[in-house]
Design a binder for this molecule. Structure first.
Ligand SMILES: C[S@@+](CC[C@H](N)C(=O)[O-])C[C@H]1O[C@@H](n2cnc3c(N)ncnc32)[C@H](O)[C@@H]1O
Length: 488
């Protein structure tokens, strides 16, 4: 227990009764950066150097842009406008990669795999500025040429100059009209190209939207916009109202713990540093809360389980709710370093962390509530992982589905009769969502609950019984959840 910051035991969490703060608008729109070059002594613009280095790390080392960039900004002591510009350029160019590459290939008159990697990084950066920002075209081209000249000399700089000048001859809309598949014969392919998504991902979204597939353009656009930072106010520590006050953020529309910030580095906030709040998408908060709200048959014996806990966002929220309810949470995670993150995030809460495989964690059955927040493709959180859409492959799905089924079967074996399993993914791909759940219902005889009842106040949830959240409808990641009861 963290003696200094724990609330009185048994204090009820008023927010679980479904009372909700006022609604707020949808996801952010893409910001426009007015960018003045900020040259270093060598004459190369520092935010662009930083963005180029992120793209290079992503390409060469399979790095995650959102893990590389913050450290790089800290090491180079970049903040304010420079940090904002580096972030916008690095993340924007990662997200738009497929569209940029098609335009660059056309401008260069050769396939992009025939362009040297380091030059391609700079071309992507330059093309992104030309097509998707308000950076003046001459600044976008000149700073890109400087980047290449300082490293590789005039010959290669000339190539980059020539390609970017060709890219600059047309607007993004004109390039889309020229290069995208025909909108009438291939509407999904056209929208995928226009909004810089691989076709298989756009198709997966369209399949999940089903009869609402007319919303595909909106979901792709929302996925391409810079997401707000979502904070979770830890129940029993600080209220969302207090957190909004001390951070200058806005209260989230659906989770009673959510506060939204426009941007900035949340790691620098006192409330986050002191463990009163964490960074967590509002959709993930709703998942953890749904498990705590699920109606059981019989009394809650206070044994809760998070079967896929790392890095611990939901375990920390569940742990806080368990503390208030006098329950205890077992948190299972096979990756040692991720289990460490769970320990750190849930410090002081009634959470026992086990380094184990969720398919056979060695825990005694009889849990009242079990969360299976399964490993998945992450297609629902692409806006927060800039390069992920271009790294995932359709062939990843089958192996994940197998693991998801096995983890759900394990959860069902561990929950007591009358208890509830909540299956969730940060992916709307039907193979990972309703197909896994239907399979469990068929094989294990669990009973689907109307999960919409567990996210009170959230609109546009379709016909149930599962819940699919969407960035364009709810401003959250595209989280899926389905509550299943084990019959008595
Ligand atoms: C979607 S993440 C969970 C996110 C977490 N619930 C949170 O809110 O922070 C899935 C987790 O499952 C873990 N995992 C992978 N294989 C697993 C297995 N066989 N058993 C249990 N967990 C597994 C991954 O290491 C990853 O940490």
């Amino acid at each position: 227990m963290t003696e200094s910051r724990r609330p009185a035991r048994g204090k009820r969490d008023q927010s679980r009764g479904g009372d909700k703060p006022g609604a707020k608008g949808g996801p952010n729109t893409r910001p426009r950066q007015a960018a003045r070059p900020n040259p270093s002594a060598s004459g190369v613009d520092q935010p662009r150097v930083a963005a180029r280095d992120v793209l290079r790390a992503v390409r060469e080392r399979d790095a995650y842009a959102n893990l590389v960039l913050p450290g790089l900004l800290r090491d180079r002591k970049m903040d304010g406008r420079d940090a904002a510009l580096a972030t916008e350029l690095a993340y924007g160019a990662c997200r738009a990669q497929g569209l940029l590459d098609a335009v660059i290939a056309s401008g260069a008159g050769r396939p992009i795999d025939e362009i040297d990697g380091p030059l391609l990084d700079v071309l992507r950066l330059g093309a992104y500025q030309l097509l998707r920002t308000r950076v003046a075209p001459h600044a976008a081209v000149a700073t890109s040429v400087d980047l290449v000249r300082s490293e590789f000399g005039s010959g290669k700089a000339g190539f980059v100059n020539a390609v970017l000048r060709r890219v600059a001859e047309k607007s993004e809309g004109q390039w889309v009209a020229e290069l995208a598949p025909d909108a009438t014969t291939d509407p999904v392919g056209h929208l995928a190209f226009e909004h810089a998504h691989p076709v298989w991902i756009a198709q997966a979204f369209a399949d999940a939207l089903g009869p609402d597939a007319g919303e595909l353009e909106r979901v792709l656009a929302a996925d391409d916009a810079r997401p707000a930072v979502h904070l979770v106010a830890r129940p029993g520590e600080i209220s969302a109202e207090e957190l909004a006050l001390v951070t200058g953020g806005e209260i989230g529309p659906y989770s009673p713990y959510a506060v939204h910030l426009d941007g900035g580095d949340p790691g620098q906030l006192d409330a986050v540093r002191e463990g009163l709040a964490g960074v967590q998408d509002e959709g993930s908060q709703l998942v953890a809360r749904a498990l705590a709200l699920a109606p059981l048959i019989g009394a809650d014996g206070g044994r809760w389980l998070d079967l896929c806990a790392g890095p611990g966002g939901k375990a920390a929220l569940l742990g806080a709710l368990a503390d208030i309810d006098g329950a205890r949470l077992d948190a299972v995670e096979p990756a040692e370093h991720r289990a460490d993150l769970v320990r750190k995030t849930a410090r002081g809460l009634p959470v026992d962390v086990h380094v184990a495989d969720g398919r056979d964690p060695g825990l005694a059955p009889g849990f009242d509530r079990v969360l299976v927040d399964a490993p998945c493709t992450g297609l629902g959180a692409l806006r927060r992982r800039p390069e992920a859409r271009w790294r995932r492959r359709p062939t990843d799905v089958a192996a994940l589905v197998k693991l998801q089924r096995e983890l759900l079967a394990s959860a069902i074996s561990l929950v007591r009769p009358g208890g509830v399993v909540l299956y969730s993914t940060c992916s709307p791909h039907l193979s990972e969502t309703v197909a896994v759940v239907s399979d469990a219902v068929r094989r294990h005889g669990v009973v689907p609950l109307d999960t919409r009842d567990l996210v009170p106040g959230v609109p546009e949830l379709g016909d149930g019984p599962g819940v699919q959240l969407w960035p364009h409808r709810h401003g959250t990641d595209a989280m899926f959840m389905a509550a299943l009861r084990k019959p008595e």
